[in-house]
Design a protein. Structure first.
Length: 161
């Protein structure tokens, strides 16, 4: 199951392919994001974790999604600029995707199956987070309201594994 994570591809906001295999050997936090959500301040915590641990092979990957109350209405370019300007985001952001339904990005279909949610497997809201180990194994799923700072110990365990 671990190598499967690396078989996925996403696109950055400019439409260029990003291979998940480019992140092999890193601890990865995959997050579905939105710029106009009550949880949007989590960008600050996510960027803080990225800055603190990026030199230790940790990366955050943001996947914007507009499936929850239309809270990511911006174009891909405007979304990326807003994240940089308002939250200092330097971690990679991807092109807007769906995380649920028939058009869900294959990576999120895989992650939902690998780490089922409570009651239902679907993504419940923006800022659902998935921690991926250095070998590509999905380790843990976090609810949208889980603050990035509270994931730090799990990140450290994964980095030291």
């Amino acid at each position: 199951m671990s190598a499967q994570f690396y078989s996925f591809t996403a696109q950055n906001p400019q439409g260029n392919d990003i291979q998940m295999s480019d992140f092999e050997g890193k601890v990865i936090l995959v997050v579905n994001t939105a710029t106009q959500c009550g949880l949007t301040p989590q960008f600050d915590g996510l960027e803080g974790l990225f800055q603190k641990y990026k030199e230790k092979d940790f990366i955050v990957l943001g996947f914007p999604c507009n499936q929850f109350a239309g809270q990511e209405p911006l174009s891909n370019d405007d979304m990326e600029a807003t994240c940089k300007l308002n939250h200092g985001v330097t971690f990679p952001l991807m092109k807007k995707i769906d995380v649920n339904g028939g058009d869900a990005h294959p990576l999120f279909s895989y992650l939902k199956k690998a780490l089922p949610g409570t009651l239902v497997n679907s993504i419940k809201w923006n800022f659902t987070k998935f921690l991926i180990g250095k070998d590509g194994t999905p380790l843990k799923r976090y609810s949208p309201t889980t603050k990035p700072e509270s994931i730090e110990n799990d990140i450290l365990k994964a980095l030291n594994a």
